[in-house]
Design a protein around this ligand. Sequence first.
Ligand SMILES: C[S@@+](CC[C@H](N)C(=O)[O-])C[C@H]1O[C@@H](n2cnc3c(N)ncnc32)[C@H](O)[C@@H]1O
Length: 219
Amino acid sequence: MEREIITTADGSKTIHIKDWDEQYHSKHGAVQEAYHVFIKKGLDLYKNQELRILEIGFGTGLNAFITLLETEARKLTISYTGVEAYPVSKEEILELDYVKKLEATAHSGEFELLHSVPWNEEVEINNCFSLKKEKKFFDQIENIEDFDLIYFDAFGARVQPELWTVQIFDKMYKSLKQGGVLVTYSAKGSVRRAMQEVGFTVERLPGPPGKREMLRARK
Ligand SMILES: C[S@@+](CC[C@H](N)C(=O)[O-])C[C@H]1O[C@@H](n2cnc3c(N)ncnc32)[C@H](O)[C@@H]1O
């Protein structure tokens, strides 16, 4: 499918898939959305502990990188698993220029590592953040009671409805420890009902700029 790099409202870049008219992040601000949905409403629930995170759609690595940047201040030790079936190219990663946008040149070596580590191998990126990128489809996830937090960041239900179903959320539910949390930018009623059907308790929270609400689900 044809892709292009676009600049979103907060000045950060993302990938636009022309055939679907769908982006990897919100047009209203890629970095802003990532911080709001995944850090403020997800990661901020935890401090001073070991944490296992599953990301649904590693994509550009933006969520993984901002999580790494936020790890030390929260005294966390994070094992981060990013599942991705269609890796983003090196050229696109360079063009997105997230290190500069996030004023994180001190962490550029870690950013490069996030993208260069081999697939399907857990690698220590620094002393409080390890990463395992798994190259596979979401419906192949079979973890049981393994994660504390899920960043559910699939493309929207408009273009990939098969990823917002009872079948997928059942896998997410099973992969979480008791008390585990899933956050997503979506606030669709059908998504909320699918989450509830598999056993999640679901909250509607204020969304990032450009979006009234988002969902947070707890096992
Ligand atoms: C919205 S983007 C993720 C953005 C990413 N979290 C980031 O920070 O850049 C959704 C991702 O899911 C991947 N994807 C789509 N369908 C998939 C599937 N069935 N299994 C695994 N990955 C899939 C896409 O390649 C894309 O990278």
